[in-house]
Design a protein around this ligand. Structure first.
Ligand code: PHE
Length: 409
């Protein structure tokens, strides 16, 4: 979805399609603009980095990443067995384009479609929920959905083999606590054979344990716990939590897929599991990002910090204004840029944020080389004054001449 959305009183145009508004319409231009961002498709964005790490734990899964956020209420709710009066349907919780068309609230909205196409799937997408706005909430976030189906007839044997193979391949430690029990409150589906359901659940939890182990590979003794949960489209259902810096963090929801969904997908003889997780929550803790709004920043100082496939701690940048100064001089044979930068650090300390060569030329007669460097001065914690930066710049000019024997221009 790249084209900017258009919104008038009667018509909303989004992704090249037009929709009639009605009494349910509650999307706003600000929200619709977010549909063009698709942070999960920007390779060096933390959201995409987490997504790639997770998908590497499911190497042979078919990954769908470009579905439009505009779905029908049938896809988002009805197909997933949501009750008519489920609170998730409320206009206070969901962004409606009109009574029948909405912005998806979860990637599960695509489950039925993708399960008709493949038995091992991942879906990554932006999802929309009306919510409070603070450092950890934002009305748009990104989710990743995973699902795997087995032949019901052979699932017990298939899972036994798959888990045995993985255990040989990995030696990493993970401490899991699982106190969940199958009770009427979190039941096996009547149509399911008990052994088949238990094997599916085993494979689900095993696969997700392996996935978080990969994600938190720097944590020596990762603590994971499984708790009972409830979703309209899985039964039984669970949530996984991990202990991170002393706090239990809810990472994902999952369960054994409702058989009605598999019947509707044309696969009545299969049994399967599904999970859904929020990428922002994981990215916040893994990258140490203090505010969820930063993910949406257009600031290069945010975006340029990260590299594809690498989890690294966020370096906070100052929101105080910079003070920019240029210095030009005739260079000589001994000149080296690193030495110059060393002097800048010496004189300006942490106030020097950035040093860039912005101009150079060779004098046609003397053959001397002129260099011009731009220095970006900025404090991490206060406003700098022009007077104090001028003093630093004067000192720098003096030191550069003394130490590098260059001639100022
Ligand atoms: N869609 C659920 C959510 O958004 C997560 C989920 C996905 C749970 C798949 C179970 C299975 O909370």
């Amino acid at each position: 979805m790249k084209e900017p959305p258009k919104i008038t009183k009667d018509i909303i145009t989004l992704g090249g399609k037009s929709y009639q508004t009605d009494a349910f319409t509650n999307v706003t231009p600000t929200i619709l603009e977010k549909t063009t961002r698709q942070l999960h498709l920007i390779p060096s964005h933390p959201i995409a980095i987490i997504k790639d790490l997770i998908s590497s734990a499911f190497p042979d899964f078919k990954h769908y990443q470009t579905f439009s956020p505009v779905v029908s209420t049938k896809e988002n709710f009805d197909d997933l067995c949501f009750a008519e009066d489920h609170p998730g349907r409320a206009v206070t919780d969901t962004y409606y384009i009109n009574q029948k068309i909405m912005l998806r609230t979860h990637t599960s909205a695509h489950q039925l479609q993708v399960l008709t196409e493949a038995d091992k799937i991942l879906v990554t997408a932006d999802v929309y929920r009306r919510d409070e706005i603070d450092a950890s909430h934002y009305p748009v976030f990104h989710q990743m959905e995973g699902a795997q189906l087995f032949e019901t007839r052979t699932v017990v044997e298939d899972v036994r083999k798959a888990i045995a193979q993985d255990s040989m391949a990995s030696s990493s430690t993970i401490h899991t606590t699982d106190t969940t029990v199958i009770t009427p409150a979190n039941p096996k589906q009547e149509c399911h054979d008990e052994a088949a359901m238990l094997a599916t659940a085993d494979h689900l939890k095993h696969s997700l344990n392996m996935m978080v182990r990969k994600l938190f590979s720097h944590e020596k003794d990762l603590q994971v716990r499984w708790i009972d949960a409830q979703f309209p489209f899985t039964s039984p259902s669970w949530e996984m939590e991990i202990l991170y810096q002393g706090k239990w963090l809810e990472v994902l929801g999952c369960g054994v897929i409702r058989q009605d969904i598999l019947i509707n997908a044309g696969k009545p003889d299969k049994i399967g599991w599904a999970f859904g997780l929020g990428l922002e929550r994981l990215a916040l803790v893994l990258f140490g990002i203090p505010d969820i709004r930063l993910f949406w920043s257009h600031d290069e100082r945010f975006l340029k910090q990260f590299e594809p496939s690498k989890i690294q701690k966020f370096i906070p940048f100052s929101k105080y204004p910079p003070c920019i100064k240029d210095i030009s001089f005739w260079s000589n044979d001994q000149f080296h840029e690193n030495n110059f930068c060393e002097i800048v650090r010496d004189v300006a300390g942490d106030l020097a944020e950035d040093v860039q060569l912005i101009d150079q030329f060779v004098h046609p007669k003397t053959q001397r080389r002129s260099l011009c460097y731009r220095i970006n001065y900025r404090s991490m914690d206060r406003n700098v004054t022009n007077t104090e930066i001028n003093e630093i710049q004067d000192k720098l000019r003096e030191e550069v001449v003394n130490r590098m024997k260059v001639e100022l221009r």
